[in-house]
Ligand binder design. Structure first.
Ligand code: MOS
Length: 774
C-alpha cells in the first residue's frame, strides 16, 4: 500500500449531524420493504407470482405450453398474453419502457428476457419452480433481430429529444470552422459500456383489489405518484390525462383519486431504475385474475431485463484551443445504444455547453435501436459518461498545450453560464480544485507520464471536473400542528436510502421552530400530498421548499390567532415582527414576549392547525444558472507486468450549496464516488450479440466494487451560499459525486503509464497492448 491509511480529518459538524431517523429500523430488520410483506399484511391471503421470460430477442410467440406448470402443486394459474387483462395505453412521466411496451398484451417479442408469462402459486418456491417448466415456441427469424451496437453506429438516426425532453442538438457559434482553425486540437472517440443499477432490493410489488374495484399496490418505486398514475391509466381507474394536463394538475397540487393507492415507505436503492416499471402492472394483473393479493419479486437475473440500465455510448470529442489552451471550439457527438421499445435517451452532451468558457460549441446525439430491453435513468444520467469523455479530452488538451490539467480548467473557467450568459446562482469550483488538489498531494505529481514508480507499480495522478444541474420539481406538503405541540408533515416523496426522511425532518423542525423529536414526517404513499420522483438530486430542495412554505403559512396562521387575542402575551404585536423557536412565537423586538403554540391552540379550543403548500410550479426556473460543481482527484498505481489498476486514493471536493446534514451528504458523495470507480474499472453488462440479452446478467458474473476495491475515499464539502437561487439555499448532492470520477481515474492511469484510455471500463488487457514497464 502506497498511501498510508489515514482516517478522513475529523469534522465536528459532521460528527454532530443527526443520524438517519430510519437507521435503527433498517439495521434491526424493523423496516419492512415490499418483499417483506406477508399474508398478514393483506386480507389474510397472499399468492406469489414468478415471471417467465422470452428466450429469443425478436419475432413473436406461436405457442406457450403451461400444462406442466399447471400440474405443480399449489399453482393457481398462469397468465399469458392470451388470458391476461387488457391494459390501456400508458404515457409515463419518466419515459420508461411502458410507453411502448405493456406486459402480456400481444405475442410480439422485442428482446430476450421479455416477460411472456406469469405463474401464480401459493408459495414463491412453487411459482418459481412452475415458471421453469413453462415452454414457448416462437416465430423467430434471426436475420431480423438487431443486436450489434457497433455495426449500426454508421447508420444511427438523430435523436430529437434526449434526457428529460431537452433538444438532442445544441449549437452556438461556428464550432466546425473554429475547430478547423485551432492551432491545438484533440479529436478522440470514447466508448462506455452498458451498466446496470443492481440496487440492493430487486423490483417487487404486491397488489390487491378491493371488492369495490379499488387497487392498492405496495411497490419498490422512487416515484409513488408516477406508479399510481401508470397503474390508474393502464387499468382505467379514472386518470386519463396526457403528460401535459397531468403536469398541470401536479403543479397545482393534485392528489390522486380514491380508486388507486401506491405505498412505498422503504425502498432499497433506486438510482433511476425504480419507477413506472412492469412489475407493479404484473402484480396487479395477476391479483385481478386470481381474485386475491399477489406478490411479484424479481430474481436478480430478471432485474437485468425487466428493469432498466444505462446505455452504452460512443462519444467523439473534438476540442480546439489556442496555444495557451484557451478553448475555441468544443464538438461533442454521441451515438447512444437504445432499444426498439426505449423512450428515454441518455443525454451524454448534457453538461458540455455549460462547463467551460467557449464561444463555439456543438453537441449532437444519435440513436441505435436494438432488440434489447429499454435503458433509462441512472445516477447522473448523461453526465456520468459524458464527463468521462469531455474531461479525458481536456486532460489531453492540457498536455498538448503544455500546461497543468488544473491550469487549463482555470484558463477556461466559466464565470457565467456560457450557454445563456446568466450568472451562476453560486459557483465555488475554484475552491473545489484547490481543496482536492491539496488533499491528494497534487504537487507531488510528475507531469511526464510513466516516470514515477513504487516497486513493481507505476504511480499516477489524475483529476477532472464534476458538475450536475440543480433542479427543483413541483412538490407539495401538508403540516398538521397539534395542540400538544407536535407536528405531522405529509408528502408523498420516496426514501430510497439517501436519507431524505432525515434531511426533510431537519428542515421541517427548523422551519417550524420545533425540536426534531416533535416532528413526524409521513412519506412514501401516493395518498399523501404530491411529491415528485426521488431523482435528479432534487428531493431535498423540491420537497424541502414545500415543507418550508407550508411551515411559513402555519406560523402566519398562528400569529394571526395570537396577535388579535387580548389574552395573548403577543397581543397587538405586528405579525411581521414575530419569530418562531422552541415551539413558540416570540416578538423579535421584545423577546420576553412569547407564547407557545400549545397555548395559542388550546386557548382557542383548536385540536390542530393545518397548512398546505405547493411549490416549484416553474420547475425552479430562475434568472440564475443553477448547477453544483466539484472536482475529483485520483491517485492510482498500475502493476508493470499485469496491468492491474489499483485506485489508492480518491478525493472529491463538492460545492453544493448549504449542507443540511453533513453525515448524509458525505455518505452520498462517497457512495457515488465508489460507483464512479466501478464505472472506471469494472462495471460492464456484456450484450450477447448472438442471441440477445446480457451475457453476464447476474450479480455472480457482474463486477462491482467490493470493500477491498475501495481505497481511501475522501469527500470534501465546500460550503457555499446559494440563497439567491432558493430560500433553502440547498443544491442536489446525490448524483454529482459520480461525475468526473472515471475521467480522473483514466487520467491518472495515463499519468502512471503513458497510455491513454478511451474505453470504459479500463481493463488490464487494454493496458498490456504495449509493454508497460521498462
Ligand atoms: Mo436518479 S438517475 O435522478 O434516480
Amino acid at each position: 500500500m502506497i498511501v498510508e491509511l489515514r482516517m478522513p480529518s475529523p469534522d465536528l459538524e459532521g460528527m454532530t449531524a443527526p443520524s438517519r431517523i430510519d437507521a435503527r429500523l433498517k439495521v434491526t430488520g424493523g423496516a419492512r420493504y415490499t418483499g417483506d410483506l406477508q399474508a398478514s399484511d393483506t386480507d389474510g391471503r397472499l399468492l406469489h407470482a414468478a415471471v417467465v421470460r422470452s428466450t429469443v430477442s425478436s419475432g413473436s410467440l406461436v405457442a406457450i405450453d403451461v400444462n406442466t406448470a399447471l400440474e405443480v402443486p399449489g399453482v393457481r394459474g398462469v397468465l399469458t398474453w392470451c388470458n391476461a387483462p387488457r391494459l390501456k395505453p400508458v404515457t409515463t412521466l419518466m419515459s420508461t419502457e411502458l410507453d411502448r411496451l405493456l406486459p402480456l398484451q400481444n405475442p410480439e417479442i422485442h428482446y430476450k428476457g421479455q416477460a411472456i408469462a406469469l405463474v401464480v402459486a401459493d408459495t414463491p418456491l412453487q411459482a418459481n419452480y412452475a415458471a421453469s417448466l413453462v415452454t414457448a415456441e416462437y416465430n423467430h427469424d434471426s436475420s431480423e433481430r438487431e443486436l450489434s451496437f457497433g455495426e449500426r453506429i454508421p447508420t444511427a438516426a438523430e435523436a430529437k429529444k434526449v434526457g428529460a425532453g431537452e433538444g438532442g442538438k445544441v449549437k452556438r457559434g461556428r464550432p466546425e470552422a473554429d475547430f478547423a482553425r485551432s492551432p491545438t486540437q484533440v479529436d478522440r472517440t470514447y466508448s462506455t459500456a452498458v451498466t446496470h443499477h443492481n440496487a440492493l432490493e430487486p423490483g417487487c410489488a404486491l397488489a390487491m383489489w378491493d371488492p369495490d374495484g379499488r387497487l392498492t399496490v405496495h411497490t419498490a418505486t422512487q416515484f409513488s405518484y408516477g406508479d399510481a398514475v401508470a397503474l390508474a391509466k393502464a387499468f382505467g381507474l379514472g386518470v386519463r390525462e396526457g403528460r401535459l394536463r397531468l403536469g398541470a394538475h401536479i403543479a397545482g397540487g393534485f392528489e390522486i383519486g380514491r380508486k388507486m393507492r401506491v405505498i412505498a415507505p422503504f425502498v432499497g436503492g433506486g438510482f433511476g431504475s425504480k419507477g413506472e416499471n412492469q412489475y407493479p402492472l404484473l402484480a396487479a394483473m395477476a391479483a385481478k385474475v386470481a381474485g386475491a393479493p399477489v406478490k411479484v419479486v424479481l430474481t436478480r437475473e430478471q432485474t437485468y431485463t425487466l428493469m432498466p440500465y444505462r446505455s452504452a455510448a460512443v462519444q467523439r470529442i473534438r476540442l480546439g484551443s489556442d496555444r495557451s489552451g484557451c478553448l475555441r471550439a468544443i464538438l461533442h457527438d454521441s451515438t447512444i445504444q437504445n432499444s426498439k421499445v426505449g423512450a428515454f435517451v441518455e443525454s451524454t452532451g448534457d453538461m458540455t455547453p455549460h462547463l467551460y468558457k467557449c464561444g463555439s460549441v456543438r453537441t449532437t446525439h444519435r440513436l441505435v435501436r436494438l432488440n434489447v430491453n429499454a435503458p433509462s435513468w441512472m445516477r447522473a444520467p448523461g453526465v456520468a459518461p459524458g464527463l468521462f469523455a469531455l474531461e479525458s479530452a481536456m486532460d489531453e488538451l492540457a498536455e498538448q498545450a503544455g500546461i497543468d490539467p488544473i491550469e487549463i480548467r482555470l484558463r477556461n473557467y466559466a464565470e457565467v453560464d456560457p450557454a445563456t450568459g446568466h450568472q451562476w446562482s453560486s459557483k465555488s469550483l475554484r475552491e473545489c480544485y484547490t481543496a482536492a488538489a491539496e488533499r491528494i498531494g497534487w504537487s507531488g505529481r510528475e507531469s511526464k507520464p510513466g516516470t514515477r514508480r513504487h516497486g513493481e507499480r507505476l504511480v499516477g495522478f489524475g483529476m477532472a471536473t464534476s458538475a450536475h444541474r440543480n433542479m427543483q420539481f413541483p412538490a407539495s406538503a401538508r403540516i398538521i400542528l397539534s395542540q400538544d405541540g407536535t407536528a405531522v408533515v405529509q408528502s408523498a416523496f420516496s426514501e430510497i436510502g439517501q436519507g431524505a426522511v432525515t434531511a426533510l425532518t431537519q428542515i421541517a423542525a427548523e422551519s417550524l421552530g420545533l425540536c426534531r423529536s416533535n416532528v413526524k414526517v409521513e412519506w412514501g404513499d401516493a395518498r399523501l400530498p404530491f411529491a415528485p420522483l426521488t431523482a435528479g438530486s432534487a428531493t431535498t430542495l423540491s420537497v424541502g421548499t414545500a415543507i418550508q412554505s407550508a411551515a411559513e403559512k402555519l406560523k402566519r396562521q398562528l400569529a394571526v390567532l395570537a396577535v388579535v387575542d387580548k389574552r395573548s402575551p403577543l397581543y397587538g404585536t405586528k405579525s411581521g415582527l414575530l419569530g418562531a423557536r422552541d415551539g413558540q412565537l416570540y416578538s423579535r423586538r421584545e423577546p420576553e414576549h412569547a407564547e407557545p403554540y400549545t397555548a395559542i391552540l388550546s386557548r382557542r379550543g383548536m385540536p390542530a392547525l393545518t397548512a398546505r403548500a405547493v411549490t416549484g410550479r416553474l420547475f425552479g426556473r430562475s434568472r440564475y444558472a443553477r448547477c453544483a460543481f466539484g472536482a475529483q482527484f485520483a491517485k492510482v498505481t498500475v502493476h508493470g507486468q499485469t496491468g492491474e489498476v489499483r485506485v489508492e486514493h480518491l478525493v472529491g471536493a463538492m460545492s453544493a450549496g448549504r449542507i443540511i446534514n453533513r453525515k448524509l451528504a458525505e455518505s452520498q458523495v462517497r457512495g457515488a464516488m465508489i460507483w464512479g470507480l466501478g464505472q472506471a474499472l469494472m462495471e460492464e453488462s456484456l450484450p450477447d450479440e448472438r442471441v440477445g440479452g446480457w451475457a453476464n446478467g447476474n450479480l455472480a458474473e457482474a463486477l462491482v466494487p467490493s470493500n477491498l476495491d475501495v481505497p481511501l475515499i475522501e469527500p470534501i464539502l465546500i460550503e457555499e451560499d446559494d440563497s439567491r437561487a432558493s430560500s433553502l439555499g440547498v443544491k442536489g448532492i446525490g448524483e454529482i459525486g459520480i461525475t468526473g470520477v472515471a475521467a480522473a481515474i483514466a487520467n491518472a492511469v495515463y499519468n502512471a503509464t503513458g497510455q491513454r484510455q478511451y474505453e470504459l471500463p479500463i481493463k488490464p488487457g487494454a493496458l498490456l497492448r504495449r509493454p508497460l514497464a521498462s
